[in-house]
Ligand binder design. Structure first.
Ligand SMILES: *Cc1c(COP(=O)(O)O)cnc(C)c1O
Length: 333
């Protein structure tokens, strides 16, 4: 390890079932005529149907509790996996949860939004794009009532939350070491940047020499890369590490983003079917299916060599598929 830093010194609340499995995907690999494919099953973190935000929330909720908070705010789209996992984490930690939901695709009472309600989160709707400002204002009002609010930004991708994905690298390194394998490339969906940023920091700290490709799920590459750099630098700062990152350290692919966040594409719907048919693995239409579409394309076009080992990070999102039943039904023929 390069610098003297300690994850163990950070407040942490155990929420996830770890380690998540690292599975081989031989039938998917055979179908694509491609390289060895590993799937890191972070859809199986276990908290209220799982997903990547649970790793971040271990550090965020740990931090909230260490500050004596009694109320947690966070924000997202109606089908936000982050909001659903935050609501569940708050239930488990005995904290009140207030979700600021923006307008967006699929605001019917289905998928994640249904789970938010079952998890008894209080929901505030906003038309503003500046959810940080909305939450700051609401938090001020709660403070005036004697409450102790803790505000988590969209996606939980601040320095504290991003530590969750720096720590994934340790888990992964030990799984790979046990199997005598290495990973040449990894693909993960990238939105608010903390997942990719955390892995970037962890891979730097532990000298993991892979190529990490974040697949954008809504914005152009340069914008997402900016989020990733910011998240990685913030997390390094929180850890007391001297590592620093710039845009040159980050690879973001936006070729499979489609028209907008939350809108599925023919390629993403095909990816959902291929993962399901070959491996029995269910992807989600908003994030993982777009990341998988990028990986599938790179295998088919031989941008990935047959002798490489490629890892797909399944970041979760599965509950959202039920909100997308109309789009999915059309692609099933
Ligand atoms: C939030 C989310 C992502 C993106 O993670 P970021 O850390 O926001 O970049 C990817 N996949 C799923 C299923 C998510 O819910």
């Amino acid at each position: 390890m390069k610098s003297k830093t300690s994850l163990a010194a950070m407040p942490r609340t155990r929420l996830a079932h770890l380690p998540t499995p690292l599975d081989d995907a031989p039938r998917l690999s055979a179908l694509l005529g491609g390289p060895r494919i590993l799937i890191k099953r972070d859809d199986m973190t276990g908290l209220a149907l799982g997903g990547n935000k649970t790793r971040k929330l271990e550090f965020l909720i740990g931090d909230a509790l260490s500050q004596g908070a009694d109320t947690v705010f966070t924000a997202g789209a109606p089908q936000s996996n982050h909001c659903r996992q935050t609501a569940a984490a708050c239930c488990k930690a005995g904290l009140r949860c207030i979700l600021v939901l923006t307008t967006g695709q699929h605001d019917e009472l289905q998928g994640n939004l249904l789970l938010d309600r079952i998890l008894k989160a209080e929901i505030v709707h906003t038309k503003s794009d500046d959810t940080n400002a909305v939450m700051a204002e609401l938090a001020t009002a709660e403070r005036a009532k004697g409450r102790k609010p803790y505000v988590i930004p969209i996606g939980g991708s601040n320095g504290v939350g991003t530590l969750g994905y720096a720590s994934l690298i340790l888990e992964l390194a030990s799984q790979l070491f046990e199997r005598g394998q290495t990973v040449d490339r990894a693909y993960a969906a990238s939105g608010s940047g903390g997942t990719q940023g955390g892995m970037l920091l962890g891979a730097r700290l532990y000298d993991l020499p892979w190529r990490l490709i974040g697949v954008s799920t809504g914005r152009r590459s340069a914008e997402v890369a900016g989020y990733v750099v910011h998240a990685a630098n913030e997390a390094a700062h929180v850890l007391g590490s001297t590592e620093s990152f710039s845009g040159q350290d980050v690879e973001v692919d936006d070729r499979f983003t489609g028209p907008a966040y939350g809108i599925s594409t023919p390629e993403s719907r095909e990816a959902i079917r291929l993962f399901a048919e070959t491996e029995g693995v269910i992807l989600d239409p908003v994030y993982t299916a777009k990341a998988a579409a990028a990986m599938i394309h790179d295998i088919r076009t031989k941008a990935i060599g047959r002798d490489e080992t490629v890892m797909f990070v399944h970041t979760g999102g599965t509950p959202a598929i039920f909100a997308y039943h109309v789009e999915m039904a059309e692609s099933l023929g």
